[in-house]
Ligand binder design. Structure first.
Ligand SMILES: CC(C)(COP(=O)(O)OP(=O)(O)OC[C@H]1O[C@@H](n2cnc3c(N)ncnc32)[C@H](O)[C@@H]1OP(=O)(O)O)[C@@H](O)C(=O)NCCC(=O)NCCS
Length: 277
């Protein structure tokens, strides 16, 4: 595998990946984030260039200091054929027996292939299947910011609240991950009268809108649509695809997203988490 660092190569890769949307969403979002200042310290690998068969994006290995942390060690993959995926998984660029990871991709067969290799290498593997949603136009909120609330970036002081309410979080590693996101990437929240966030949305290194949350007392007022639309409009201005991944049974989230212009995409958005036993 070779690492692409040259802006012209990343630009060409970006244009190629755009032709295979939505399947390329997590890879395209990471390539664009890397090409625009690389705030999250990821890298882009291909098997050959310019005629690649597989693209892997990942956190730069030297940044993965806690090898049991699967939150920060995010990878995304897109391949033209399964032989290229098998060749990648035969090496240790993606799945290494000593490192926890979180692999994102949207192709059928990815789950089984990663599961087989990671299982054989002694890792515990868990797959979550999401729906991918994209907003073809800049999302438009249903209403205005209610009186008494105001928009602001998420601050590091809000992270304990975000971590405590995150269904996949609540531990020191997830807290450090969230802190990294708000320090490195755009985020937005609605602050209540006491300066405490009541609704928020974050962006991750894959350019994916994540961690949408509204505190129970404020649900049903269209607040998540306001934070999502604010970040979505920023993404649109920078030429990024506007997307997120939602559990199929999360009807509240699907309704909130549908109301501001997001459309469910075909296929499955896989999140495969591997952790050393
Ligand atoms: C999903 C979530 C972010 C929506 O936030 P919100 O600001 O309430 O969004 P909306 O006001 O647009 O409401 C969306 C839907 O929630 C449901 N809802 C409305 N009032 C509600 C209430 N009091 N309590 C729970 N759900 C309610 C309705 O289905 C509503 O759709 P509708 O307006 O078409 O009837 C919020 O429910 C939440 O934080 N859930 C837990 C975390 C989560 O699932 N995050 C999304 C991860 S992808």
């Amino acid at each position: 595998m070779q690492i692409l660092r040259c802006p012209a190569q990343l630009q060409l890769l970006e244009e190629t990946l755009r032709k295979s949307l939505p399947t390329t969403l997590p890879v395209l979002g990471t390539v664009m984030t890397v090409a625009r200042g690389n705030p999250a310290a990821h890298e882009v690998l291909v098997d050959s260039w310019p005629n690649f068969r597989i693209v892997l994006t990942r956190l730069c290995p030297e940044e993965h200091r806690d090898h049991k942390d699967h939150y920060t060690n995010q990878l995304a993959v897109f391949y033209q054929d399964k032989g290229a995926l098998r060749a990648l998984l035969g090496g240790t660029e993606a799945v290494d027996r000593a490192r926890a990871f979180q692999l994102l991709g949207m192709q059928e067969g990815l789950d089984e292939a990663v599961r087989d290799v990671a299982g054989a290498r002694g890792l515990q593997v868990k797959t979550t299947r999401y729906l991918a949603l994209m907003s073809p136009e800049p999302p438009q909120p249903r209403g205005q910011v209610p009186p008494g609330l105001r928009l602001a970036p998420v601050s590091p002081s809000h992270i304990p609240l975000l971590n405590a309410t995150w269904v996949l979080g609540g531990n020191t590693r997830s807290q450090a991950f969230l802190l990294g996101l708000v320090r490195m990437l755009p985020s937005i929240c609605l602050l209540g009268p006491r300066g405490r966030p009541v609704s928020w949305s974050l962006l991750d290194a894959q350019g994916c809108l994540r961690h949408g949350y509204t505190v129970p007392a404020w649900r049903g007022h269209g607040l998540t649509g306001i934070t999502l639309a604010t970040l979505g409009q920023q993404l649109h201005a920078r030429g990024f695809p506007i997307y997120c991944a939602v559990l199929p049974h999360n009807k509240a989230s699907l309704r909130a997203l549908g109301a501001i212009g997001f459309l469910v995409q075909p296929g499955t958005f896989y999140m495969i988490v591997g952790t050393p036993k």
